[in-house]
Write a protein that binds this ligand. Structure first.
Ligand SMILES: NC(=O)c1ccc[n+]([C@@H]2O[C@H](COP(=O)([O-])OP(=O)(O)OC[C@H]3O[C@@H](n4cnc5c(N)ncnc54)[C@H](O)[C@@H]3O)[C@@H](O)[C@H]2O)c1
Ligand SMILES: O=C(O)C(=O)C[C@@H](O)[C@H](O)[C@H](O)COP(=O)(O)O
Ligand SMILES: [Zn+2]
Length: 352
């Protein structure tokens, strides 16, 4: 499973060079309503893109669903896309997840590349081949492992990103720091998020992509060590699903940030992750991300959502835990009452 990761400041040129390597009959570009407005113009000088058919879907995770997927399949079909056609996914993780899955399934698979336009997309979603959609109230319940042939990353896209979406991506970078080593983690924790400088952040972005790339190379299908990339997501996805049910969707990275704290609390009790490091991160998360409001009335439902986690292989809920920064313990479990204790402490740390 090889995937070229290309960092560039000249996206047009890089896109044209990348596409010139492939023979294709028709080129399609998938955008959402925001990336059509803000990101597509940055590709205006690409010769290849000038002749492409643009397909545009509604923005945000509430549309990462089967209806939107059908709409993309229908466009490809009515416009006579063939197995020799090519798709470019231009957007954040919502577009690259859904577009990657559309490409993986249309006529049993057409080739595609990702051009992430969010920080989260660049350091995480566009890389590594997890594609899919939400289904039955569950995150990424349907999907496939199938990497984009190339991922073209340019920080130029991030100039129009909201602060919320920058922070959302930063949370997945913190996750990469936690699972890799203290040097990367501490730099991230020292970052000043009040006035983020994207060019200064480029080095951190490259390190973060590298953390993910190395893990995926070793375990592309998440049989073992790739589960480390899921730190924070067992709880995070349950928070995210609950936020959709409440019709107040939170950004994915925010749910991961809160999920990280809960799972580090479970790590503390099960594999002695240091409590002071949790307190420090909880302060950072509270100051920058606020809190996801829960009461003990939500615990049973959150637990039910976690019983659907894709890492589970039995009745028990599977967690990736940490004994320390960079010391990952996969295939750990926690029961309903242990998770309840973590929620109690999370609420205390987040002043609920
Ligand atoms: N496949 C993976 O490995 C993986 C990893 C992490 C997250 N994900 C998934 O990715 C999704 C989250 O991705 P995301 O945070 O990029 O969200 P997103 O794609 O929904 O983008 C967030 C918002 O920013 C807008 N936007 C995108 N680019 C913009 C730009 N350049 N300027 C202005 N606005 C822009 C979008 O239209 C959207 O409104 C979730 O569905 C999550 O499950 C997948
Ligand atoms: O690439 C991975 O592996 C990850 O787990 C990265 C996560 O940040 C990402 O949110 C992923 O989509 C979660 O996957 P899921 O298998 O828990 O749905
Ligand atoms: Zn994630």
């Amino acid at each position: 499973m090889s995937q070229a990761i290309l960092f560039t400041r000249h996206v047009n040129k890089t896109v044209d060079e990348a596409l010139s390597q492939y023979n294709y009959d028709k080129l399609f570009v998938l955008t959402d309503t925001n990336t059509r407005q803000y990101a597509l113009p940055l590709l205006g000088d690409s010769k290849a893109i000038k002749d492409a058919t643009v397909i545009t879907i509604e923005a945000d995770d509430t549309h990462k669903n089967i209806d939107t997927l059908c709409a993309v399949w229908l466009e490809l079909s009515t416009r006579h896309a063939t197995r020799k056609s090519f798709l470019i996914n231009l957007g954040g993780g919502m577009v690259t997840d859904l577009g990657g899955f559309a490409a993986s399934t249309f006529k049993r698979g057409i080739r595609y590349i990702n051009i992430p336009t969010t920080l989260l997309g660049a350091i995480d979603a566009a890389v590594g081949g997890k594609t899919g959609i939400n289904f039955n109230g569950l995150k990424n319940e349907i999907g496939a492992f199938n990497p984009a042939l190339a991922v073209i990353i340019s920080t130029r896209f991030f100039a129009t990103l909201s602060r919320e979406n920058l922070l959302s991506g930063y949370a997945e970078m913190l996750k990469h720091g936690l699972i890799s080593n203290p040097a990367i983690y501490n730099k991230l924790l020292d970052g000043d998020l009040s006035t983020p400088d994207l060019d200064q952040m480029l080095q951190l972005i490259k390190e973060s992509v590298n953390v993910k790339e190395e893990i995926v190379k070793n375990d592309p299908f998440e049989k073992n060590i790739r589960k480390s990339l899921n730190l924070g997501h067992t709880v995070g996805h349950a928070f995210e699903s609950l936020s959709h049910e409440r019709k107040k969707p939170v950004a994915h990275g925010y749910a991961v940030a809160w999920g990280l704290i809960c799972e580090l609390l479970i790590s503390h009790f099960q594999v002695q992750f240091p409590i002071d490091t949790i307190r420090q991160l909880a302060r950072f998360v509270y100051e920058n991300y606020g809190a996801f409001p829960i009461t003990c009335d939500d615990y049973d439902h959150l637990y039910e959502l976690m019983t659907h986690d894709k890492k589970n292989d039995s009745e028990a809920v599977n967690f990736t835990l940490l004994a320390d920064i960079g010391d990952v313990k996969i295939n750990q479990t926690a029961n309903r009452s242990e998770i309840g204790i973590a929620f109690d402490l999370y609420r205390e740390l987040f002043h609920m």
